[in-house]
Design a protein. Structure first.
Length: 110
């Protein structure tokens, strides 16, 4: 008899309800990868980034959310929420995590 194939591990986890993330704000989730900031913009889109600015490590979760961007609270660097990239003239990137919303629940891929 052959050994069974390994099952694909489901690495998507439910972390909170969309309403637990303030509109134009963030909520922090601890993970083995470091703190992850979940952002919600005015259009109720949800994004997930490592909670560290690529410039000096500032807590992005404490920044100001506008459009699809967040301004770092330390030095006002603008970081794209969809890709984690700093906007020019600044250069750098913070890690982005896949996230989706299902039936009002925020599901994060680690």
């Amino acid at each position: 008899m052959n050994a069974p194939e390994k099952a694909i591990v489901n690495d998507w986890i439910r972390v909170c309800a969309v309403d637990d993330i303030p509109r134009l704000g963030a909520r922090v989730v601890a993970s083995e990868h470091g703190d992850i900031a979940l952002f919600r913009n005015a259009e109720d889109e949800v994004f997930a980034l490592l909670d560290r600015c690529p410039h000096k490590g500032g807590p992005l979760s404490q920044g100001i959310v506008f459009g699809r961007q967040v301004a770092c609270p330390l030095h006002n660097w603008t970081i794209g929420l969809a890709d984690g990239q700093a906007l020019a003239p600044d250069v750098g990137c913070t890690r982005r995590f896949d996230v989706r919303v299902e039936n009002g629940a925020v599901i994060l891929k680690l």
